[in-house]
Design a protein around this ligand. Structure first.
Ligand code: CO
Length: 496
């Protein structure tokens, strides 16, 4: 029996889940060579919210971070989390932008691309998988795990098979909300292992306290890889700590070798960093939260949701809003709650409670109803779809959202030139996703305000939406900034 492989997430999901993605490259530098010596299967160092955070809060070039970490940790493969056609944003991008992004990331040091689509619509991952293979890198297909009447084990096994057929080199069960129960983990692992040849990873969060035990059961059932982190950027809403998992598995046949002394050195380092990031950490993220089991929503979403309701003067509506979430999910075809759909469902649930059901439909909700995020796992409520068509004066689409987008790379390079910014491919793909942030990055430093600390950003979203373009505020449209998953999310509300 082969030992299970530990992937380490401390430099990406660890601080994204527990410190609002604020760890700087400087805070990583001392740890990177040590992490490289630990023998992890992969170091997750990039993607997810880190690229946004580098530009928005840390005045860092995300590609430079990747190159730095790759140089300091050259032995272990580097992994990134890629949201398929959304790259690392919330809307679909044209194929040429996705391809250029993957090529740049591969060149700068990403070895393993973990690719997922929030709706598990595989049409939204095919371009990314193809681009990764073209770059000669490892494509890992990630299944967005959730629970709902339409998310059966059989459906997940089918997805795993389809990922393998697409050419993925491995599969990941991505349990972003920490919902997977030990028995489900064991059963799912057993069935996927029996159906595909490529290695299988399990990624979970200890939000509800289930992840360690679910990992243990998954290892018993034959999972090849589990994602672990390093305390204090572990446990709670993050991945289980590596040493915790090692202890749990010790004296079992699949326990890997693990250097406990070096782990202690790393914990000391990260403890200091955690202190330095105190203003971004929260006790709510550190403890296990059974609310997530009651409401089946991701932990990061829960903690930020509390603040959001407070800002909206709706603190007393906590239970009501959370109870509205499954209702909204059902009407929206049981979409999984993962970035960006967690924000969309959460925002809409709040609006439904505040104004009455569907009195106000936020633009991103309308986009889901119109098929712009892809095919939903269950059917969308037809009356609600008709209402969205009527309100937006748009027709729902059946095709892949990116099929109606024009290639953008040459235009992006032109725009960069016109602004006097270096028109490299790296800048073009960043500019496609984060135009204002990239411009601010290149402004003379003296003129740039210091990176925002605690306050959520007030910038408008990028104009890359596949929806009705950039919404503006007017007497009939009110703008709400909704902070979910540690990121400010803009919702325009039609007042009818
Ligand atoms: Co995660």
């Amino acid at each position: 029996m082969k030992p299970v492989i530990f992937n380490n997430t401390v430099l990406r999901d660890g601080h994204q889940s527990l410190a609002a993605t604020r760890m700087t490259t400087d805070q990583m530098v001392a740890a990177a060579p040590e992490l490289d010596r630990m023998g992890f299967g992969a170091l997750e160092t990039w993607g997810g919210a880190t690229i946004d955070s580098c530009l928005r809060y840390l005045s860092e070039n995300p590609f430079d971070r990747l190159r730095t970490l790759k140089k300091l940790a050259p032995k272990t493969p580097h992994m990134m989390l890629l949201r398929g056609q959304n790259i690392v944003q919330y809307a679909s991008f044209p194929d040429d932008v996705v391809e250029a992004f993957v090529a740049c990331a591969a060149k700068a040091g990403v070895d393993i691309f973990r690719i997922f689509d929030a709706l598990n619509d595989l049409r939204n991952v095919t371009t990314a998988v193809r681009a990764v293979k073209a770059a000669g890198k490892h494509a890992q297909g990630a299944i967005s795990y959730t629970t709902s009447p339409v998310h059966t084990l059989e459906a997940f096994v089918q997805l795993a098979k389809e990922f393998e057929r697409l050419g993925c080199d491995s599969i990941c069960i991505k349990d972003m909300a920490g919902l997977i129960q030990p028995s489900a983990a064991a059963e799912l692992v057993r069935r996927i292992k029996a159906s595909v040849k490529v290695p299988l990873a399990l990624h979970s969060h200890n939000t509800a306290g289930l992840a360690g035990t679910s990992y243990f059961e998954a290892v018993e059932a034959g999972v090849d890889i589990i994602d672990v982190s390093i305390a204090p950027f572990a446990n709670g809403t993050g991945q289980p700590d590596a040493f915790l998992m090692y202890s749990m598995l010790e004296k079992t046949p699949r326990c890997p070798k693990y250097d406990a002394d070096r782990h202690v050195t790393l914990v000391e380092h990260f403890r200091n960093v955690y202190e330095q990031l105190a203003e971004f950490t929260s006790r709510n993220n550190e403890r296990t939260d059974v609310d997530i089991l009651r409401f089946q929503v991701p932990g990061g979403m829960l903690s930020n949701f509390r603040n959001q309701l407070k800002e909206q003067g709706m603190s007393d509506k906590w239970d009501q809003v959370l109870n509205e979430i499954p209702y909204v999910r059902e009407k929206l075809g049981w979409i999984p709650l993962v970035t960006p759909t967690s924000q969309i469902v959460g925002t809409q649930a709040m609006l439904n409670v505040k104004f009455g059901r569907w009195k106000n439909i936020a633009q991103p909700t309308a986009d889901v109803l119109l098929g712009k995020y892809g095919r939903t796992p269950g059917p969308i409520d037809p009356e609600l779809r008709a209402l969205a068509e009527e309100r937006t004066k748009q027709k729902a689409i059946d095709c892949r959202a990116a099929d109606i987008l024009q290639p953008r790379m040459s235009k992006l390079r032109e725009e960069l030139k016109a602004k006097g910014l270096p028109a490299t491919d790296e800048n073009a793909v960043l500019y496609a996703m984060f135009p204002q942030q990239l411009e601010a990055f290149y402004k003379p430093k003296a003129a740039t305000p210091p990176p925002a600390k605690a306050a959520p950003p007030q910038q408008a979203p990028t104009p890359a939406s596949t929806g009705a373009g950039v919404a503006t505020e007017s007497p009939a449209r009110r703008r709400y900034l909704i902070n979910i998953d540690g990121r400010s999310h803009e919702a325009f509300v039609e007042t009818v």
